[in-house]
Ligand binder design. Structure first.
Ligand code: FES
Length: 82
């Protein structure tokens, strides 16, 4: 989430990364989904209230970037931009 915001893209991220708003919802490109840590119960609950949840939905604030994720590609989901 912070990488998206720091890049100047329109992402609401209203709660600032506390997994409490789902306004940082993104879709992870297929080739990357298996490389991310599993969705936690808290993230799963928030994704349930996000607009248009898909199999590859994640809260971007819950994705910890590591070197293994260099090149990670996501798309902003509806309701995440302003
Ligand atoms: S910024 Fe609110 S859930 Fe991610």
């Amino acid at each position: 989430m912070s990488v998206i915001r720091d890049a100047g893209l329109n992402i609401t991220a209203q709660c600032g990364g506390c997994a409490a708003c789902a306004t940082c919802h993104v879709y992870v490109e297929d080739e990357w989904t298996s490389k991310l840590k599993p969705v936690s119960d808290v993230e799963d609950a928030m994704l349930d209230i996000a607009e248009e949840r898909q199999e590859n939905s994640r809260l971007s604030c819950q994705v910890k970037l590591t070197e293994d994720l260099d090149g990670l590609t996501v798309r902003l989901a509806p309701g995440s931009g302003f």
